[in-house]
Ligand binder design. Structure first.
Ligand SMILES: [Zn+2]
Length: 102
């Protein structure tokens, strides 16, 4: 066991470089609507006929209002993991916030 493993992880992951939530969700959710801090879109996590997904464009947090779906997360990284069924590291790499080991 490497006692510094958690520290290494922190240096590799740079949350400050996460994409802007508006730019990210506008690209990911073609049905995105709304101005200001929050927007809605058809939820990609269930067969949604209405815009049930609320996204916070300041923080990137998202939540589906349909109880049987219940998709939610705190930022675009969590969204990316859930949407593509990938883990934290893979999502961080996909979003360009994972620095390669030197
Ligand atoms: Zn949903």
């Amino acid at each position: 066991m490497n006692p510094n493993a958690h520290k290494t992880k922190k240096t590799l992951f740079d949350r400050a470089r996460l994409p802007d939530p508006l730019a990210y969700y506008a690209a990911e959710l073609e049905s995105l609507r709304g101005l200001g801090r929050s927007a809605t879109a058809r939820c990609p996590f269930h067969d949604d006929q209405h815009p049930s997904l609320s996204v916070n464009l300041d923080t990137g947090a998202f939540r589906c209002r349909v109880p049987v779906c219940g998709a939610h997360g705190r930022d675009v990284l969590a969204f990316h993991m859930a949407r593509y069924g990938i883990g934290f590291v893979a999502a961080a790499k996909a979003l360009g916030v994972w620095s390669p080991t030197r």
